[in-house]
Design a protein around this ligand. Structure first.
Ligand code: NAD
Length: 494
């Protein structure tokens, strides 16, 4: 894969070795180190903020105060200081991918270990300080420079689906923009977040003398979320999660960049290679047991091509469920609840989110090999597996009569989240009609959904796709304010 952000392997190795040397005496590198037992490493350059060491705090206020101090320190280090932090984060997420991937897998108990590790290995593809570019104007009235400046301290919320990868990607974007950050992680991934935060700050402290540039709350709750959003030092929020947290953040009164929920539909219109479509869909949908917000969640295939497409899913390793098996699994995966207006709707059983296909199969009364990447079953459009963001390796496939019906069903199942959509087609009219009808932030043609994040498609990686609030795939510029500097009638050179 070609990416302008991919570091040369030798350079990565050199940085890793450098960081490892500087941490050689630190207990954080010992397997026995626990995020709940702070390492007794070298003394920090400044006194520790109340109650916290290396960015890990029990108290939100102490974390915000410490991060504000670190923001002031980072300013003194200039752009070179930011670049050093990013170099450390990229090198350490690569070097610790296996250790941290295992830790997160054991803590969250969802997804696939090999993909937890891969998500950390690719953190190096997130863009850094090179992304921050001023915009200049020169004319009859002089010159003007529009520059990107930091907000100060960003408050960030992490999903349980990718705790350390989102944390690491957010740090790169947020620090490249010159900010410090305080995380309120998901309670189910909070120990993983603390492990990485402590390790990052130890290395940052050793290199730059800043102890709390990246802070986290040890035991996050709804109360710590509220305290974070209300804190006087928090100038901007970065929210990555589902509808509840997005809605809460947008009511907080603070500016919020919201990377919200998705339910990405796929259309297969039969004009392209059906086997390749099936392979691509399994690649995206089965990744980390379909925990990715961009992952393919339901397929609409034109009826004349459906049988061959289903054969393609089977050939690519998927296992079909019969209608009775699907009914059993659906009963285990969803319950029914009534909303305030008395309408029934499906509620996801969180116990099965990110479970292996083999576990889902047992709930369906079937036995499949342990390494089965994905189950699939034919459903109608109103099925819970189509309409809910189910985050399970069980792909519903709906036969449709026309491209218009496919687009209408895709639009309905996406719920207006404006997140992600995929089409497998060689018909440009179909692509255009789908793009206009769904208007999603990411729209991938003829590839796995992951191609939308620079993984096999052109572009760059981010773990926070600001769908709800419209900033798109977040990058360092997302976390800056724009200021204009004007010189009147002077300095122009023509
Ligand atoms: P979640 O909404 O259950 O939790 C996300 C975070 O919000 C957690 O830290 C949680 O503690 C907190 N939270 C939840 N409800 C809250 C509330 N009412 N008030 C305050 N805080 C609250 O989501 P999850 O299961 O951790 O992650 C999966 C969800 O995140 C999916 O909907 C997925 O699409 C979305 N997601 C989006 C992106 C993106 O880039 N757009 C990336 C990853 C995940």
């Amino acid at each position: 894969m070609s990416s302008p952000f991919q570091l040369d392997e030798q350079a990565v190795r050199a940085v890793v070795e450098d960081v490892m040397r500087s941490l050689a005496r630190s207990p954080i590198l010992s397997p026995a180190a626990s995020p709940s037992s702070p390492p007794a490493g070298a003394a920090p350059a400044r006194p520790a903020a109340k109650g916290g060491r290396y960015g890990v705090f029990e108290d939100v206020n102490a974390a915000c105060v410490a991060a504000q101090g670190a923001f002031e320190q980072l300013k003194e280090k200039g752009v070179a200081g930011r670049a050093k932090v990013i170099e450390i984060v990229k090198a350490m997420s690569t070097a610790h991918a296996v250790e941290w991937g295992k830790f997160e897998f054991e803590e969250t108990k969802i997804g696939r270990l090999e993909h937890k590790i891969e998500k950390l290995q690719i953190v190096k593809l997130v863009p850094g300080v090179e992304w921050i570019k001023p915009y200049g104007l020169s004319g009859d009235h002089g010159i003007t420079l529009e520059e990107h400046t930091p907000f100060g301290v960003v408050g960030a919320i992490l999903p349980v689906t990718h705790s350390i990868p989102t944390l690491s990607g957010n740090i790169i974007n947020i620090v490249a923009a010159g900010n410090a950050v305080v995380f309120n992680p998901h309670p189910g991934g909070a120990r993983s977040a603390a492990l990485a935060v402590r390790a990052y700050n130890e290395a940052i402290s050793a290199a730059l003398g800043i102890e709390h540039l990246v802070c986290t709350v040890l035991q996050p709750t709804l109360d710590t979320f509220t305290a974070l959003t209300k804190h006087e030092f928090i100038n901007l929020l970065c929210i990555t999660g589902g509808p509840g947290v997005v809605s809460a953040a947008m009511k907080s009164g603070k500016r919020a960049i919201c990377a919200g929920p998705g339910n990405p539909p796929v259309i297969v219109d039969g004009t392209g290679c059906l086997q390749k479509a099936a392979r691509d869909i399994i690649q995206g949908s089965a990744f980390d047991n379909n925990l990715l917000c961009i992952g393919e969640k339901q397929v609409f295939v034109l009826a004349p091509f459906a049988d061959r497409f289903l054969d393609g899913l089977k050939a690519a390793g998927g296992v079909a469920l019969s209608s009775s098996q699907l009914a059993k699994l659906t009963a285990a995966a969803f319950t029914t609840s009534k909303d305030a207006g008395g309408c029934s709707h499906a509620v996801l059983n969180r116990q099965l989110v990110g479970a292996d296909a083999a576990v889902l199969a047992r709930h369906a009364g079937a036995n499949v090999p342990a390494n089965t990447p994905l189950l699939y079953a034919e459903t109608d459009v109103d099925h819970a597996f189509v309409m809910e963001e189910q985050m399970m390796p069980m792909l519903p496939v709906v036969r449709v009569q026309s491209i218009q019906q496919a687009i209408e069903f895709a639009r309905k199942s996406e719920h207006g989240y404006k997140h992600s959509a995929v089409i497998h087609s060689l018909n440009v009219d179909h692509m255009t009609q789908m793009a206009r009808a769904l208007d999603t932030t990411l729209f991938v043609k003829n590839g796995p959904s992951t191609a939308g994040l620079g993984l096999g498609g052109e572009g760059y990686l981010s773990y926070s796709i600001a769908t709800t609030t419209g900033e798109g795939i977040t990058n360092p510029a997302t976390f800056t304010r724009t200021r204009r500097c004007v010189m009147v009638d002077n300095l122009r050179i023509y």
